[in-house]
Design a protein around this ligand. Structure first.
Ligand code: NAD
Ligand code: MG
Length: 389
């Protein structure tokens, strides 16, 4: 019986993970469920899935969680705070960890799972962008298997399965193009948060939906691919593929190109991570290309309308703490955009400003990277305050 910890259980990836796990009651169960602030939603999940442990990040919500579990007659133990989560992830309460907290807030628990040698189903791409080298080193040193839970990287993981240890000649990440594909830069100036989170192909949390609309998501994924597969930025390409059926391509030295296809549903990637190396049912039907319209289109991304993608390539090339600065400034800008404080085009402006102003910073430890993250957030907040005024 595989015991799975789900971090970010109340989110979109958390729901997909619980759906797949519930299809295999004799093989696996959710033993730890963790969420940020929404106690009622976490309690509802505990009633359905009956984990041994439930963790709420917000310490002020501990009593509500504990009392709610008791009132529901559950044996689930209540915990609160990031340290409690890190300890549970590292301990014997779970064999596998679905890291699906959104943002840099997920770094500590993701690192904890890697250092404990767990199977790490890694959706929290921001932790790889922030501290990819140190995270990959920790996983290698402690024997943790990382299965990427991002459709593109999960596709590449599957394409590389026949050639373990091989570095591909080139990777092509596909991008849906988001809700504003084909829009000019001018037209993007007035878009609203509601428009930005209405993704045409994927149903996701608000932060990644805005990132998909700005193409920053694809930029974060370029950096993610660099760390996961040890490939330099020059050998990573992005193509817009509006059907979102080909999840990525891998080119090999012999002229072969492998791709993975499937309907856009994250349960496939989660089933790969939960069952690997076996294939298990995910609830996602097989792809019928004709029913999906019978065509696959590809185009270059428009870097003028969507400068966030170019900013991410720039941060990857600069190296050091630049990706951490990119990620932190973007998190602050997206949050301000979702609150209606700044416009959509201010997102790349805030990120570019932080990268331009960035001093030469060491990036050789988690503490140094977290200091760069904090510096970038203060820079971004000051810029946002000036724009919002
Ligand atoms: P979401 O907003 O739906 O869910 C986020 C989850 O994180 C919630 O359960 C929330 O309670 C929890 N959380 C937030 N802050 C926390 C904290 N400080 N401590 C503990 N828990 C906290 O987001 P999502 O769409 O599920 O995305 C989660 C992660 O997966 C992101 O990093 C995203 O980039 C990545 N991802 C998502 C998708 C997708 O299809 N949704 C695809 C690829 C990658
Ligand atoms: Mg993706």
């Amino acid at each position: 019986m595989q015991r799975v910890a789900i971090l970010g259980a109340t989110g979109s990836i958390g729901a997909s993970a619980l759906d797949v796990i519930a299809r295999h009651p004799h093989r696996m169960r959710a033993s730890v469920l963790a969420a940020g602030t929404r106690v009622d939603e976490l309690l509802a999940l505990c009633r359905t899935h009956r984990p041994e442990h439930a963790v709420i990040a917000d310490a002020a919500a501990y009593r509500a969680l504990r009392d709610g579990l008791r009132d529901a007659g559950l044996d689930t133990e209540a915990h609160a705070g990031a340290d409690a989560l890190d300890a549970l992830v590292a301990g014997d309460a779970c064999d596998s960890v679905v890291a699906a907290i959104v943002g840099a807030a997920g770094l500590s628990s993701t690192l904890s799972a890697a250092r404990a040698g767990k199977r790490l189903l890694l959706a929290n791409k921001e932790s790889l962008v922030l501290a990819g080298e140190l995270l990959m080193q920790a996983a290698q040193a402690h024997g943790a298997t990382i299965v990427p839970i991002d459709s593109e990287h999960n596709a590449i993981f599957q394409c590389l399965a026949g050639n373990p240890g091989e570095t591909p000649a080139r990777i092509t990440l596909t991008a849906s193009g988001g809700p504003f594909r084909g829009w000019s830069r001018d037209a993007l100036a007035a878009v609203t948060p509601a428009q930005a989170v209405a993704h045409p192909k994927w149903s996701m949390g608000p932060k990644i939906s805005v990132d998909s609309a700005s193409l920053m998501n694809k930029g974060l994924e370029v950096i993610e691919a660099h760390h996961l597969f040890g490939i330099p930025g020059e050998r990573i390409r992005v193509l817009v593929h509006p059907q979102s059926l080909v999840h990525s391509f891998v080119d090999f030295a012999d002229g072969s190109t492998l791709a993975q296809l499937g309907l856009p549903d994250m349960r496939t990637a989660l089933a790969v991570g939960l069952g690997w190396p076996q294939r298990i049912a995910s609830g996602v039907p097989a792809l019928d290309l004709l029913a999906e319209g019978g065509r696959l289109d590809f185009a270059e991304p428009d870097l003028d309308a969507f400068p966030c993608l170019a900013l991410a390539f720039r941060a990857l090339q600069a190296g050091g703490a630049a990706p951490a600065v990119l990620n932190a400034a973007n998190e602050e800008a997206v949050s301000a955009f979702l609150q209606g404080r700044i416009g959509f085009l201010s997102i790349p402006d805030v990120v570019a400003h932080a990268l331009d102003a960035m001093p030469a910073t060491p990036a050789d430890s988690i503490d140094a990277l977290l200091a760069a993250d904090a510096w970038a957030r203060s820079q971004a907040c000051a810029r946002i305050a000036r724009k919002a005024a």
